[in-house]
Design a protein around this ligand. Structure first.
Ligand code: NAD
Length: 362
């Protein structure tokens, strides 16, 4: 498939436009800005699957009452260095930062903190939360699941059992942060969404048909769909595959256990049983300063990063990268040159804006 011709929109213009759309949908200015900044941040990081392509679906969920504006996460349990919050189906970009702020504050107090969050609307790019912990000088580990969303076949199976269950680790080396952040599915669902909108094609083995055939065709997940408009994974017969064979499948399993079962938000499973899908997240925060090894950690960690990256590249001209490097480079490029969007993605955002009476940027 030929690459589509991308439209480049300046980051600030796009951020303001998306915020206006959410204000048009009834969110207050602060929440609208949080959602747009987060979605734009995903585009800037190069994760278009979790960027503004989500706007039509977010607005639809909001209008259907699946996700609620203006929520404050409720504290269910508070044990000082651990806590459990209930996001009450608020926008993930509102309730996840509340959980992360609490985790950071408690880890700065106690040296370590564990914070569970359940019933959050889609929290988007999980690396955003690892980056918030890095800014506070903290290591963080985030296990995430999507309760009620079954999209991924376990290793050795063809039927959907897991959500795309992302996992992220942030490491605060001064001037050289590391951010590992990925879905445990071979591709994030949003990448299937992007491909279905004419964006980057999927690997040919990303999906699996009910009869076990591997596929790279978004129809395996979405069934029939039009050129623009929402995609519904409930309409497809196939599944996304877990990454990394039995190992990635095992990590997805653990995301469901920790972020879903332990938080009480629930695991992936038939959505009819829950009424709506929601993210769960179990986050661990560690303060190297409290550990008493901060100076060694910074020096040894930095030397190790340099040594790893000095490895001879397997392909000439493609140097070894550390987790987070690709995102940092893409961010710098897109801030300078604008955010590329496929014509279909841009058309679907303009259609939502029109529906809400929000003028397009001039
Ligand atoms: P991906 O496959 O692009 O992997 C990204 C990770 O791999 C990053 O840590 C990146 O720095 C690293 N990486 C990429 N290229 C590298 C290279 N050449 N060398 C070394 N490291 C490299 O990510 P994905 O699985 O498509 O996930 C995309 C986003 O989707 C993530 O931000 C994730 O949090 C998000 N997500 C969210 C949900 C949710 O429910 N909220 C669900 C699934 C995924």
């Amino acid at each position: 498939m030929a690459e589509p011709s991308y439209i480049r929109i300046p980051a600030a213009t796009l951020e303001a436009f998306i915020a206006a759309i959410f204000e048009g949908a009834g969110c207050d200015a602060a929440e609208s800005r949080r959602i747009s900044t987060h979605l734009l941040g995903a585009n800037l990081a190069g994760h278009d699957s979790h960027g503004v392509v989500r706007v039509p679906r977010y607005v639809e969920w909001h209008q259907a009452g699946f996700v609620l504006k203006g929520q404050t996460a409720e504290v269910v349990t508070d044990g000082g260095c651990f806590a459990l919050l209930d996001g009450r189906f608020g926008f993930g970009q509102t309730v996840a930062p509340q959980a992360v702020e609490l985790g950071i504050a408690r880890a700065l107090q106690h040296g370590i903190a564990v914070v569970g969050l359940r019933n959050a609307g889609h929290i988007g790019r999980v690396g955003d939360y690892a980056e918030a912990a890095i800014r506070a000088g903290l290591i963080s580990v985030h296990f995430v699941n999507v309760a009620g969303s079954v999209l991924v076949a376990p290793f050795g199976g063809t039927e959907r059992r897991f959500s795309t269950a992302p996992f992220s680790v942030g490491v605060p080396l001064p001037g050289r942060p590391l951010v590992l952040d990925f879905a445990t599915s071979l591709v994030a669902e949003g990448k299937v969404l992007v491909a279905s909108n004419g964006g980057k094609a999927l690997p040919a083995d990303a999906l699996i048909e009910p009869d076990g055939r591997l596929s790279g065709d978004p129809h395996t997940l979405y069934g029939e769909y039009g050129q623009t408009g929402p995609r519904n994974p409930a309409n497809g017969a196939g599944a996304i595959r877990a990454f990394g064979e039995h190992k990635g499948s095992g990590l997805a399993f653990m995301c469901e256990m920790l972020a879903g079962a332990l938080t009480g938000g629930g695991t992936s499973g038939p959505v009819e049983a829950r009424g709506r899908i929601a993210n769960g997240m179990l986050s661990f925060y560690v303060s190297p300063r409290h550990f008493g090894t901060e100076a060694e950690f910074h020096a040894t960690g930095r030397a190790y990063v340099d040594w790893v990256l000095a490895s001879n590249p397997a392909s000439p001209g493609e140097p070894v990268l550390a987790p987070g490097d690709r995102e940092a480079a893409t961010r710098a490029e897109r801030l300078a040159n604008g955010v590329p969007l496929t014509p279909d993605t841009w058309a679907s955002i303009l259609a939502v804006a029109r529906q809400l009476g929000v003028p397009a940027p001039g």
